[in-house]
Design a protein around this ligand. Sequence first.
Ligand SMILES: Nc1ncnc2c1ncn2[C@@H]1O[C@H](COP(=O)(O)OP(=O)(O)OP(=O)(O)O)[C@@H](O)[C@H]1O
Ligand SMILES: [Mg+2]
Length: 235
Amino acid sequence: MLKVENLNVYYDNIHALKGIDISVNKGEIVCLIGANGAGKTTTLQSISGLIPKKEGSVIFEDKDITKTKANIITKLGIAQVPEGRRVFTGLSVIDNLKLGAFTIKDSQENIQRDIEKIYERFPILKERKNQLAGTLSGGEQQMLAMGRAIMSRPRLILLDEPSMGLSPLFVEKIFEVIKTLKEEGVTILLVEQNANLALSISDRAYVLETGKIVSSGSAKELSEDSSVKEAYLGA
Ligand SMILES: Nc1ncnc2c1ncn2[C@@H]1O[C@H](COP(=O)(O)OP(=O)(O)OP(=O)(O)O)[C@@H](O)[C@H]1O
Ligand SMILES: [Mg+2]
């Protein structure tokens, strides 16, 4: 479904990604693990078109999107849930959700139906639908950020550190939703610092170190790999 080849990205003279190769098959959860500054966010943002690529290619469903603009990439079926949620704090929950559908050409009635489905997934968002997003808790904002992404009816979701800063209860809820999305046929590329948890729900994983993939394999293989255990799993 997604094929990233020889991706090279620079921030001025900082060579942030040094020839990354990643593939994601339809229906999979693939996770990207790595320390702070390894290049995980940069990888997701390059795929979603927010950062220009110096070299390499990104193919989504047989279409070359290497040079495609971010809004068009969203329209093609890739949604990103950014690190730190980035909800529109000065807008209500419902307006944040509506904005998630900005690439969708459909009747108000059908968009409203999508919003109702988000409320079923995240009942707390229904309770808080008229509240400003900035007044939500971190966990609620994460749910809103995910809801907003789902509003664009994506086939691939790029999720950047959804568990960051959340209490265990919210983390559990967010990971339940990720599993549900997979069951519904959505493909997921997940970035997580919480490698144990990420590997537990993933099919495959890549380990990123200073802009390079240093290891990859099935989530099971990697969770049993001694160097991965030592560096990322606290073993
Ligand atoms: N806007 C920027 N300008 C300059 N350098 C940047 C910028 N964004 C990221 N970098 C650098 O690129 C490298 C990769 O950063 P990136 O944010 O992709 O890492 P990450 O794996 O997501 O880290 P974290 O786990 O802390 O979120 C780092 O060395 C970082 O300092
Ligand atoms: Mg990051």
